[in-house]
Design a protein around this ligand. Structure first.
Ligand SMILES: O=C(O)CCC(=O)C(=O)O
Length: 271
C-alpha cells in the first residue's frame, strides 16, 4: 500500500494519519494469533498501579510487552515488510530506523487506558515530526473498548510531563481534551502519529480484550552514534533503509527482510 500525497500532507500538517485496512485479513489474523500466544505464555506484564506509581494493581490491567521482537519472529519481521517501509519512508524518510516495538493489551472490563503523553517526552528527538508511531489495531478499536485519542496540530511544543501514578513507569501530561479526536479503527488498520502528537487510550468497558501493537520509527538524521550503541539498552535498533541497512543481518544475525509473508503463513497455520 502506497500512501497518497494527500495522506502524507495530512500527516505532516496535523501530526497523525489513520489508514484503515493497512494489513489484510490474513496478516491481521496472524498478528492476533501471535499476540494470543504471547499472552498465553504470560509474556505480557501488568504495568497498572494503585495510584502511587508503585503498587501493582489487582483490579486494573494495562498489559504490556516492551520490546516484543525478542519473543516473536512475526513481530520482528513486520517493520521490514515492503508496505511498512514504503509508508514510513514516505512520512518521515528517507533513512529510517526502528526505535522500539511494544504491545499494549487491555482485557475486557479491567483493561485500563494509557494516560495522555507525547512520545517525545521519552524519546526527545530534535524534530518531533521526524519520528512516528505506527499503532496497529489488533482488534477492532472502538470508543467503548478505549481506542486511541490524539490532539491534532499540537506536535510542535513539548508539554510538561510527570510520573503517572497509575503505571509503574509511564509519564503523563495534562491538556485541553476538548481539542482531542478519538479514532475508531477496525482490526488491521493503523494509526500513524508523530513523536510530538499528544495521545492516550481509554479504559476497556466491554467484555472482550483489545490490543494495540505499536512500533516507533525515526529518521536517521534524528539520531547520534550513541543511539545505536550505548543508549540502546539491549534493544536492537535495525536500520531499515539507507546505506547501513542490511535487511536485519547486522542487528539480528540473519536476514529478516523478505520473511514477512512466510511469517504470516506460519503464524496462521500453527495449531
Ligand atoms: O495502546 C496504548 O494504550 C497506548 C499506546 C501508546 O501510548 C503508544 O504507542 O505510544
Amino acid at each position: 500500500m502506497k500512501l497518497s500525497p494527500h495522506q502524507i500532507e495530512s500527516f505532516q500538517k496535523s501530526g497523525y494519519l489513520a489508514v484503515p485496512e493497512f494489513f489484510d485479513s490474513q496478516e491481521t489474523a496472524a498478528l492476533q494469533a501471535d499476540i494470543a500466544r504471547l499472552q498465553r505464555n504470560s509474556f505480557l506484564r501488568n504495568v497498572a498501579t494503585e495510584g502511587d506509581g508503585e503498587t501493582s494493581s489487582d483490579t486494573k490491567q494495562n498489559l504490556q510487552l516492551c520490546p516484543a521482537n525478542f519473543y516473536s519472529t512475526l513481530i520482528r519481521a513486520l517493520p521490514f515488510a515492503p508496505n511498512v517501509i514504503d509508508a514510513v519512508t514516505s512520512l518521515i524518510g528517507p533513512e529510517i530506523t526502528l526505535h522500539l516495538d511494544q504491545i499494549f493489551l487491555k482485557p475486557g472490563k479491567t483493561g485500563m487506558g494509557t494516560a495522555w503523553h507525547q512520545d517525545n517526552a521519552y524519546f526527545k528527538i530534535p524534530q518531533p515530526l521526524r519520528g512516528t508511531a505506527m499503532w496497529i489495531a489488533i482488534h477492532d478499536a472502538t470508543i467503548p473498548n478505549g481506542t486511541m485519542s490524539v490532539v491534532p496540530n499540537a506536535y510542535d511544543s513539548l508539554l510538561p510531563h510527570e510520573r503517572d501514578g497509575n503505571s509503574d513507569h509511564h509519564i503523563r501530561c495534562f491538556l485541553d481534551e476538548s481539542k482531542a479526536e478519538t479514532i475508531e479503527i477496525k482490526a488491521g488498520g493503523v494509526l500513524f502519529f508523530c513523536y510530538g502528537t499528544p495521545h492516550c487510550t481509554g479504559d476497556n468497558t466491554t467484555d472482550t480484550e483489545r490490543a494495540g501493537l505499536a512500533y516507533h520509527f525515526l529518521c536517521h538524521d534524528q539520531t547520534s552514534e550513541a543511539f545505536y550503541t550505548t543508549e540502546r539498552i539491549g534493544n536492537p535498533r535495525p536500520r531499515l533503509t539507507g546505506p547501513h541497512a542490511t535487511g536485519g543481518f547486522e542487528e539480528y544475525g540473519s536476514r529478516i527482510s523478505d520473511t514477512w509473508a512466510a511469517e504470516v503463513e506460519n503464524a496462521i497455520s500453527e495449531p
